[in-house]
Design a protein around this ligand. Structure first.
Ligand SMILES: Nc1ncnc2c1ncn2[C@@H]1O[C@H](COP(=O)(O)OP(=O)(O)OP(=O)(O)O)[C@@H](O)[C@H]1O
Ligand code: SF4
Ligand SMILES: [Mg+2]
Length: 320
């Protein structure tokens, strides 16, 4: 059974639709990576589905079910009770997530006391390989990597079932990023939480996500098991992203970037929003949006879980 079901979620900022009828579901223990270029709506979906966006954001359509409970319909108090205990969020910037005038210990107390779980602070620090002596420190006394570990420790302290991470390591150098991600993965296996992980970095996701969702200009254009993305992905945009991964030092290929630029959110192209940049585009692509329920389904040879691979593209659907 799914732990999270997002159905047709649309989020507007005023008249601008930043997420357009986005649907996916997540099983316990599943790691869904959401990827796409800057401004495509990843954070809007990740925070919008949890009602964490303030004005001018407006959830204009859709349904979000968490363990059978209607997130968008529930009262604020019920939603607050789920935060940290059942669902937690790790944002990109630990600096903005932590209160600069409170010690780390005080921040744990503020988060855990309402759940009667202050005693879990030391264990939470140890989980992320931070010495509990840093509970006495203030955020500015820690390095960027340590601060991000603190935010992670806070997010995992109550062993939530769903953790949403929005580019949690983008601000860190590559070595620290990999160390923290390795710890996240180890904890994910140990604690078994499901995760939505937002990033620009498709190659990173191919290393650890179980599933990948590709967003373009507010729409989820491809969704499927990570294994099929290693083979290149199917949507023309995904293939462009895949080709844009910088070549390794021992690879004999030229760097690639997708021609053109993503559209402005307030001026999305007609039809398939990728059509001005797509080498396969036809007149139909410019005129009609590829249907979301008209996806290619692939058999998955090497996963026990039955997976559906969805691709929103006229040409692929014609070919299937
Ligand atoms: N508070 C806001 N008010 C108006 N428009 C916004 C607001 N926040 C985001 N947007 C717009 O919504 C669109 C999606 O933004 P979002 O932050 O979700 O993208 P993203 O994929 O997370 O990008 P990034 O990779 O840069 O974090 C963008 O066009 C952005 O300009
Ligand atoms: S629908 Fe058309 S424009 Fe869009 S990705 Fe497919 S082929 Fe390209
Ligand atoms: Mg973002």
């Amino acid at each position: 059974m799914s732990i999270l079901d997002v159905r047709g979620l649309s989020v507007n900022y005023g008249s601008v639709c930043a997420a357009d009828k986005v649907s996916f579901s997540l099983s316990p223990g599943q790691i869904l990576g959401l990827v796409g270029e800057s401004g495509c709506g990843k954070s809007t979906v990740a925070f919008g589905m949890l009602r964490l966006l303030g004005a001018p954001a407006h959830l204009s359509a859709g349904q979000v079910m968490f363990q059978g409970q209607d997130i968008l319909g529930m009262d604020d108090e019920t939603l607050r009770a789920l935060r940290w205990k059942e669902i937690s969020v790790v944002p990109q910037s630990a600096l903005s997530a932590l209160n600069p005038v409170l010690s780390i210990g005080e921040q744990f107390r503020d988060t855990l006391a309402p759940h009667g779980a202050e005693h879990l602070a030391v264990e939470a620090m140890e989980r992320v390989e931070l010495d509990p002596k840093y509970l006495k420190s203030y955020p500015h006394q820690l390095s960027g990597g340590m601060r991000q570990r603190v935010v992670l420790a806070l997010a995992l302290a109550l062993s939530p079932k769903l953790v949403v991470m929005d580019e949690p390591t983008t601000a860190l150098d590559v070595v620290v990023e990999r160390q923290i991600l390795a710890r996240v993965l180890a904890l994910q296996r140990e604690l078994g939480f499901a995760m939505v992980f937002v990033t620009h970095d498709l190659s990173l996701l191919m290393d650890f996500a179980t599933d990948i969702g590709v967003m373009y200009a507010g729409r989820l254009v491809e969704l499927g098991p990570a294994s099929s993305f290693k083979a290149g992905g199917r949507h023309p945009y995904t293939q462009g992203l895949r080709k844009s991964i910088p070549p390794g030092l021992d690879e004999d290929r030229a760097p690639y970037s997708i021609p053109g630029a993503p559209p402005r959110a307030d001026q999305p192209p007609s039809g398939c929003r990728f059509h001005p940049r797509c080498s396969l585009a036809t007149a139909r692509c410019a005129a009609e949006e590829p249907p979301k329920d008209h996806f290619t389904v692939q058999g998955q040879a090497n996963t026990a879980r039955k997976s559906v691979h969805r691709v929103s593209c006229w040409e692929l659907n014609n070919a299937s």
